[in-house]
Write a protein that binds this ligand. Structure first.
Ligand code: ADP
Ligand code: MG
Length: 575
């Protein structure tokens, strides 16, 4: 048996390297720490230069308040910091740094040269080469601090082995640089790669900074980026985010900043996604840079050496407020891109029936039933006409009133209707608009029809369970389902107006096994409306178009059942 080794206190250099590993993993971690220091020094201008993706050399130059000569040797000592001295300070943290470990860790893993000049003083320089400190000598930048980090991990082969290609390391450094630049728009930032200026970000406002920092992202459309803000007890929220016009297939641009620090806070990323809800199609995610400012008392960054994690005491409140802010402000913000809103319209609220529906009579229902009994292949044209005729019968007076108020110009791309109204032109997505009108209508129409021959539906286990639980809900909507065997159901009744799309309904029933009731209802209606609507790519005649346009102008919120805006207004002035 092997004898246990004796316990001995680690050689300081070994201990230093172990600690260093937690803070400094790769060039990007050095960039993060040096940028934090420059920011904490109240710099108004910061330059970063990388050679070989930072593996060979990282230089950060700032014009901050600098370091005094006698302080230089202290910088690279363990737990040497000017930012925190008491436990109380730790609780009221206002700086990016506080651990006093970064320079110490860098000095243990590379050759670091710190040259610094305070206002009105002579500049001084110190070199620490992999833990070995050299004497301070005279010489420094005009004002501020210049830190050079060379040959990272050259004496720690195990670490160096884990570094990626210089181009990959560069990208990671660049991402850190961008994150800091986005959090501090009032500081000017420059990034050089092998002496070439890659990003030049002059001091500006938050939104302009974000757009400048993400210039290389060709997906972003500046006019589709909006700002939200809100606040709660002890915190405030601010976000720069995309409207429904721009989105991505991943969450990589949902970024959370807490007290200006980029953090991995999944709960808040989820809050953002949740706030967007169905405004975006399934599998799509917004751009959203969310800045949370919280009373430092309620945050603890001191759980991870790189400060990427955070403990929030009021996480639930913040989460809730983020969802509310986005939900409420997203729709309000859309008009900024000149989208219809000012038009005086009949009150509409998704939870309440519209005025037109309140007026619906059995006669109209019968009328609509005729539509639904047409064979499935009946053209959209007939359907549209009848649906619109239906609307007309209910609200003939407001229609009369609006008659002269707009001029239908024509259709483009078989997709959009162009309308002139007062001092604006409007582009209306015909499919989405019609879908919305149909949606409004079916929400209220409850005429039920018994199927002559019940439709058999075979389902999966999860759906079977779901139907057992939600059968009564379906029945309330006129969809009667009978379980006839294990995993086998029968559809016996349908709302009369859904008769023509019974196969879509069956498809819907057999593929939905999740979601709460409100969600289920919304999806069901959206499915129905989508199939009954005029398709994009269909030619529309003048009468149908004009009827459709009238109805659209009467809506308060022109969003389709999936939540997307379908009317764009372009003002004369704008043109
Ligand atoms: P921390 O930032 O947690 O205090 P660091 O190891 O990063 O620890 O830095 C140690 C100290 O060195 C800081 O507290 C600060 O006093 C000084 N320092 C480092 N970088 C700069 C800089 N760019 N300008 C002015 N002072 C600096
Ligand atoms: Mg620091």
């Amino acid at each position: 048996m092997q004898m246990p080794k004796k316990i001995s206190v680690l050689d300081p250099l070994v201990a230093q390297r172990i600690a260093a590993g937690e803070v400094i993993e790769r060039p990007a971690s050095v960039v993060r720490e040096l940028l934090d220091n420059a920011i904490d020094a109240n710099a108004t201008s910061i330059e970063v230069e990388l050679i070989q993706g930072g593996i060979e050399r990282i230089t950060v130059i700032d014009n901050g308040f600098g370091i005094a000569k006698e302080q230089l040797p202290l910088c690279c000592k363990s737990h040497a910091t000017s930012k925190v001295s008491t436990l109380e300070d730790l609780q009221k943290l206002a700086t990016m740094g506080f651990r006093g470990e970064a320079l110490y860790a860098i000095a243990a893993s590379a050759k670091i040269t710190i040259a610094s000049t305070q206002e009105g003083e002579l500049g001084h320089t110190i070199v620490v080469d992999n833990g070995t400190e050299e004497p301070v000598f005279i010489g420094g930048p005009a004002q501020g601090t210049k830190v050079d980090v060379e040959h990272l991990f050259s004496q720690i082969p195990a670490r160096r082995l884990f570094l990626k290609r210089p181009s990959t390391e560069f990208t990671m450094c660049r991402n850190v640089f961008i994150e800091k630049a986005i959090a501090f728009p009032n500081i000017s930032f420059r990034l050089y790669d092998e002496k070439n200026l890659r990003l030049d970000l002059p001091a500006t406002d938050s939104k302009t900074r974000l757009l400048n920092a993400l210039v290389n992202d060709k997906n972003i459309i500046a006019s589709e980026m909006v700002e939200f803000s809100s606040s709660g007890k002890d915190f405030s929220l601010y976000a720069i985010a995309s409207t429904s016009g721009v989105y991505r297939s991943d969450r990589s641009h949902i970024k959370i900043f807490i007290n200006k620090r980029g953090v991995d806070e999944y709960a808040l990323v989820q809050a953002v996604t949740y706030g967007y809800g169905e405004i975006l199609p399934g599998g799509a995610f917004p751009y959203c840079y969310l800045f949370v400012d919280i009373d430092p008392d309620l945050v603890d960054f001191n759980i991870h050496p790189a400060k990427k994690e955070v403990k929030l005491r009021n996480k639930a409140e913040i989460h809730h407020q983020v969802v509310t802010m986005i939900r409420q402000q997203l729709q309000k913000k859309i008009p900024q891109v000149e989208i219809i809103n000012q038009i005086p319209l009949a009150g509409f609220d998704q939870s309440k029936p519209t005025t037109s529906h309140q007026k619906s009579t059995s006669e109209e229902k019968r009328h609509f039933q005729v539509v639904s009994e047409k064979p499935t292949d009946s053209s959209w044209f007939d359907k549209a006409k009848e649906v619109l005729a239906h609307h007309k019968t209910i609200e003939s007076s407001p229609l009369e009133r609006d008659k002269e108020e707009f001029r239908y110009i024509g259709q483009i791309f078989n997709l959009f209707l162009i309308v002139e109204k007062e001092d604006s032109i409007y582009l209306i997505d015909q499919h989405a608009a019609h879908e919305r009108l149909v949606y409004d209508q079916i929400k209220e129409d409850r005429t039920i029809q018994r199927l002559m021959i019940p439709l058999k539906i075979e389902v999966e286990r999860s759906v079977d369970d779901y139907l057992l639980a939600h059968g009564p809900w379906y029945a309330e909507y006129g969809i009667e389902l009978k379980k006839i065997d294990d995993l086998e159901w029968e559809l016996t009744t349908l709302p009369a107006s859904w008769r023509s799309i019974e196969s879509e309904i069956v498809e819907f029933i057999s593929s939905h096994a999740t979601g709460d009731i409100a969600e289920l209802q919304k999806r069901l209606y959206a499915t129905v409306a989508c199939h009954a609507a005029i398709r994009s790519g269909d030619t529309v005649d003048r009468t149908t178009a004009e009827e459709l346009i009238k109805k659209v102008f009467q809506l308060e919120h022109p969003v389709c059942p999936h939540g997307r805006i379908f009317v764009i207004e372009i003002t004369k002035e704008h043109l």
